[in-house]
Each structure stands twice: as structure tokens, then as C-alpha cells.
Unconditional design. Structure first.
Ligand SMILES: Cc1ncc(C[n+]2csc(CCOP(=O)(O)OP(=O)(O)O)c2C)c(N)n1
Length: 204
């Protein structure tokens, strides 16, 4: 099943799930040294807590860069699948990257958006996706036709499996709760970068 074959569920009909639970479900499907690039804050805190892999990159500091960084990796290493994990607020800050991903036809790129409807880490102010903006509709409009809301955990797993197998780019959006992340990423940018470069085989 490809993401475009689903998608009957709209943003507000999707089940509210948990980011750490879904992160673990995603990581458990990785078996080919896929790169995972997680955006600032909670997205990368929960990726860190799910178990560190040399192919994981944890963005610190600026919002909206998980997808652009992941796109760069996907272009540089077309035989490696790359997954970007980004919060809704961060994606809303950098919507233009969706059009670039579609235009570059990044077949080996999967985008996962954690939509909690808030800028959680800076005080839980509301994002536009809580009310007016549908991130899947925006992604489709940008040209990523394989974009879908995950109706529940089982569909999230199916969509991930399909995205990792089929030609992308794909975008999977998940509504998530307001529980805090499970861990906190070590703030050591040099070590994060060096380990990632070794994990991708571009540095010994
Ligand atoms: C360019 C930029 N603007 C503002 C900030 C401050 N900031 C850091 S995280 C964050 C909220 C992130 O929201 P979201 O991506 O939805 O993730 P959540 O915190 O909800 O998990 C903000 C406003 C920043 N780090 N970078």
C-alpha cells in the first residue's frame, strides 16, 4: 500500500499518538543503515532516547532544517534511504523545502511530521496546524503526492514500511500528544557531526 492509496483520514480524524512510541516503531523497521535526520528539540530527543545509531543526525539550534539536511544526504547518497523527522512548527517555518524535495524527486527520502499543534519546547504556543493548516494538503500541493496522515499506529507502521520500500519522496504526518520527550540529546555538535559522517561512510 502506498501512502497515496490511503489518505482518507484528514488531520483532525487521525488518532492522537505518542512521538516516542512512533519513533521506536519507525526505528525498528530500519535494517539497511538508513540515515535519520531529526529536527530541533523533541523530535531529536525522542530519536536519541530510542537508541543511538551512527546513521542518526540530531539537529541542534535552528528550526526547519531536518528536511533540507535530509534532502542533501539523499542527493549525496542516492542508494541510502533517508528519513527526516520534523515538528509541525519547524516545518511551518520552512515550508519551501517541500517544493524543493518534490522538484528534486528525492526517491530515497521519507519525511515524518510530528504534529502536536504547538511549539511545545518553547512554551506550547499554538501552531497553525492546530486549527487552519493541513500539513498533508500543503505537502501534496507542493508536489509530494505520496503524503498521508497516519490514522493510527498500525497505519503509521504500514506507511513507513511502504515509504522505505517504494519510490519516494513520501511524507507521513502523525498527530501526537503533548507528553514531554523521553530523553535529552547530548549537546555536542562536533561529536554528532563526526559520528554521522562515519556512519555514512564519508569519514574514517
Ligand atoms: C529559527 C528559529 N526560530 C525560533 C527558535 C526557537 N524555538 C526552538 S524550538 C521551537 C519550537 C519548535 O516547535 P515544533 O517544531 O513544533 O516542535 P515541538 O517543540 O512542538 O516538539 C522554537 C520556537 C529556533 N530555535 N530557531
Amino acid at each position: 500500500m502506498t501512502p497515496t492509496q490511503t489518505g482518507a483520514v484528514g488531520a483532525h480524524n487521525a488518532k492522537v499518538m505518542n512521538r516516542f512510541d512512533l519513533t521506536k516503531r519507525l526505528v525498528s523497521q530500519l535494517s539497511h543503515e538508513e540515515a535519520v535526520v531529526a529536527g530541533i528539540g523533541n523530535a531529536n530527543f525522542d530519536l536519541w532516547a530510542s537508541g543511538q545509531r551512527p546513521q542518526n543526525f540530531y539537529m541542534l539550534g535552528s528550526m526547519g532544517l531536518a528536511i533540507p539536511i535530509a534532502l542533501g544526504v539523499a542527493i549525496a547518497q542516492p542508494h541510502r534511504h533517508v528519513v527526516a523527522l520534523e515538528g509541525d512548527g519547524s516545518l511551518l517555518m520552512q515550508l519551501g523545502c517541500l517544493a524543493t524535495v518534490a522538484m528534486r524527486v528525492a526517491k530515497n527520502l521519507t519525511i515524518v511530521v510530528w504534529d502536536n499543534g504547538i511549539y511545545q519546547i518553547t512554551g506550547s504556543q499554538s501552531t497553525a496546524s492546530a486549527t487552519t493548516a493541513d500539513l498533508v494538503t500543503i505537502a501534496r500541493g507542493a508536489g509530494i503526492s505520496n503524503s498521508a496522515w497516519a490514522a493510527d499506529e498500525e497505519e503509521f507502521e504500514r506507511l513507513i514500511a511502504s515509504a522505505l520500500k517504494d519510490g519516494g519522496p513520501s511524507l507521513i504526518a502523525a498527530r501526537i500528544d503533548h507528553k514531554p520527550p523521553v530523553g535529552t540529546t547530548d549537546r555536542d555538535p562536533v561529536q554528532i557531526r563526526e559520528r554521522f559522517m562515519r556512519g555514512l561512510g564519508v569519514k574514517r
